[in-house]
Design a protein around this ligand. Structure first.
Ligand code: FMN
Length: 189
């Protein structure tokens, strides 16, 4: 089996984020040989084209962190039937300077959790449209719609429901296969 490093971005900066707990759960459940590392976005300033000529170090680090991993999982809440502004801001940084999009050819998966019945499905559709524009190969199945119930995810990432844990293991396996498939594919500029 190939060793892989997968970055994850949490689309919430809430100190009590249930999506961060979901990300921790994925970290815990990662198969042998797969390491999950966080790619932080909370310290990115608002993107402006004024920065294009000279990106701040925090934005350079963010783009480098995406370059350094074999794939990216975006774990996000749904805000107003779309993605939170902090995540959109990070994605805007990733897309610039023009011609240097960090997600070009980068295998990417999206997943999210909310208390609501559609479990971030609307946000994920918007996110997949953005990633398609970025030319990121995205995981189509399984779809990562995780409805939260109180106590489903502990702070340390423990999953208290066996079916949910099984689903997450299968999700990680499917994404690992996508990452491996694209590892050998050269990225067009
Ligand atoms: C501004 C705002 C908008 C929200 N919009 C939605 C929404 O469209 N759909 C949904 O399922 N939940 C929505 N929620 C509820 C979030 O799913 C819930 O707050 C969740 O805990 C956020 O994830 P987090 O804990 O990881 O930050 C919204 C919450 C906020 C603060």
């Amino acid at each position: 089996m190939t060793d892989r490093t997968i970055g994850y971005i949490v689309g919430s900066i809430s100190s009590t984020s249930i999506n961060r707990r979901l990300a921790k759960a994925l970290e815990r459940l990662a198969p042998e040989g797969t390491t999950l590392v966080e790619i932080p976005i909370a310290d990115l300033p608002f993107y402006s084209p004024d920065h294009d000529a000279d990106f701040p170090q925090v934005a350079r680090d963010f783009k480098q962190a995406i370059d350094d991993v074999d794939g990216v999982i975006i774990v996000t809440p749904e805000y107003s039937r779309s993605i939170p502004g902090v995540l959109k801001n990070a994605l805007d940084w990733s897309a610039r300077p023009w011609g240097q999009g960090s997600f070009n050819g980068k295998p990417t998966a999206v997943i999210g959790t909310s208390q609501g019945g559609i479990a971030t499905a609307a946000a994920q559709q918007h996110l997949k449209a953005i990633l398609s524009h970025y030319n990121a190969p995205t995981l189509g199945q399984p779809e990562g719609y995780v409805q939260t119930t109180p106590g489903l995810f502990a702070d340390n990432g423990e999953v208290t429901n066996d079916q949910t844990a099984e689903f997450l293991v299968g999700y990680l396996e499917a994404f690992g296969a996508l990452v491996d498939r694209y590892a050998a594919v050269p990225v067009a500029a």
